[in-house]
Ligand binder design. Structure first.
Ligand code: PHE
Length: 460
């Protein structure tokens, strides 16, 4: 089990890779549409509070478990607790990695397909939302199209993870993240300079307090987990390649700021554009694939910007998917002594097979429902709404109550001596948040996710 473990080449490499994991479909596809569905600015405000109060403390905890143990999630929990129960909690993360990637890569595949659509000028042939939605449906029911791009995206993910931590993940992140930032800033400037952009800004930035409900809070918290890649060991695994010379609180803060900034930049780009052309922001998951293509046809330079947009979406998805595959690969390499190359190929193939029923749920199996959800919806729900919050809850409880702060703080201090010694209030707040606030709030999200509280809240 003691083979030499890879490490990040530099602190910047770790930050870009971890920010790459965080910044993904969650920021560019999910955040804008749930903001649209939940009244805009009020949701954004609650989301920002959740990120600061729960997201950041849990992120620090998760990276710390990884860096201290230098193991995959299963090995990490076992090393610190010698308990099978906690090893199983790590195992839940590995399972979540399989499941999330199996549907994440499908949407990422559409994004690649939409780069091609954009280049072919197809958005101009179906500019109205209804026609664009029909066109979308004709694509996802075309089996070679949907399977082809899904497979293509999985191969890209596999190649990067196959190449290793430094030569694959770190190098890819260092190239792709700056490109992503530049593309999104260009798209934001395009949105802001359209006539009527102000309405979009208003929607995103002017909170209506009356719209904040318990449901909004819990939804925002759930999304905070997804967008920061928390609760399934991705940040733990990336943290396991981190040096003890670097500061975890510092790195975590930078990751959180980058992730939040990108969600807001993407939100600004999308809402200013949608409002400027007079369309409805409340389009649900179809916002990006049904509404946005039409939006591009109505703005100056739209052909060009539509291509940039789907390239940005694909890059964002790829730097996240590699972190999902890495969790699974790290487990098989550390615990079962697999070679990284074999693990990357075999596990990608398994994840692809796992995705087959999800792909079919957009076409052949569209009418096949379990608990009212199709297979894709079911896997998404199981992973995002059950495994992630539960994993986050366990991480907070583990660090605060099981591992214990007397052992935790000396490890956290490594690389952050000055910060911890000079800001006792900050580390004190971190302890309290992790010990009480995070577990209670996450538990509520979890109950809400599984619908127990949903009925109660709907009564009001
Ligand atoms: N954070 C990623 C996103 O926002 C999704 C993700 C979740 C990645 C969990 C890794 C682990 O798209």
């Amino acid at each position: 089990m003691q083979q030499t473990r890879e490490v990040w080449g530099s602190k910047l490499g770790f930050i870009l890779a971890a920010a790459g994991s965080a910044i993904g479909l969650g920021n560019i596809w999910k955040f804008p549409y749930i903001t649209g569905e939940n009244g805009g600015a009020s949701f954004v405000l609650v989301y920002l509070i959740c990120i600061a109060v729960i997201g950041l403390p849990v992120l620090i905890a998760e990276i710390l478990i990884g860096r201290t143990t230098q193991r995959n999630p299963v090995g990490a929990f076992y090393k610190l607790s010698h308990s099978k129960f906690w090893a199983a909690v790590g195992g839940m993360g590995v399972v979540a990695g399989f499941l999330i990637l199996s549907f994440y890569a499908i949407i990422a595949g559409w994004s690649i397909g939409y780069i091609v659509e954009a280049i072919n000028g197809n958005f101009f042939r179906w500019p109205e939302p209804v026609a664009a939605a029909d066109h979308f449906n004709s694509l996802v029911t075309d089996l070679p199209w949907i399977f082809g791009y899904f497979a293509f995206f999985m191969v890209l993910t596999m190649i990067i993870v196959f190449s290793g931590v430094q030569k694959g993940i770190e190098r890819a992140s260092k190239i792709m993240m700056p490109i992503l930032f530049i593309l999104l800033i260009i798209l934001m400037i395009r949105g802001l300079t359209l006539d009527g952009a102000a309405k979009g800004l208003d929607f995103l930035w002017n909170p209506d307090w009356s719209k904040i409900t318990a449901g909004t809070v819990l939804l925002a918290l759930g999304h905070a987990f997804f967008t920061l890649s928390l609760g399934m060991g991705a940040m733990l695994t990336y943290g396991s390649y981190m040096s003890e010379k670097d500061s975890i609180p510092g790195a975590a803060l930078q990751i959180v700021i980058l992730d939040t900034l990108i969600a807001l930049i993407a939100g600004t780009a999308i809402f200013t554009s949608v409002f400027a052309v007079g369309l409805d922001p409340n389009a649900g998951p179809g916002l990006i694939f049904h509404t946005l293509p039409g939006v591009f046809t109505k703005m100056p330079g739209g052909y060009f910007f539509s291509i940039l947009f789907f390239i940005a979406l694909t890059i964002a998805a790829l730097t996240s998917s590699i972190s999902l595959l890495e969790v699974v690969v790290a487990y098989f390499v550390d615990e079962l002594n697999w070679k990284r190359h074999n693990a990357a190929i075999i596990l990608s193939a398994i994840i692809f097979s796992l995705g087959v029923p999800s792909v079919l749920s957009f076409n052949v199996l569209a009418d096949f429902k379990i608990f009212g959800l199709d297979f894709f919806g079911l896997v998404d729900f199981l992973a995002s709404n059950i495994l992630l919050p539960l994993g986050g809850l366990f991480i907070a409880v583990f660090v605060a109550w099981v591992w214990g702060f007397d052992k935790v703080i000396p490890n956290l201090r490594k690389g952050a001596e000055k910060f911890i010694d000079h800001h006792p209030i900050m580390s004190g707040a971190w302890k309290i948040f992790l010990k009480y606030l995070s577990p209670v709030l996450i538990f509520l999200v979890f109950l809400y996710s599984i619908g127990i509280l949903q009925d109660i809240f709907n009564l009001f």
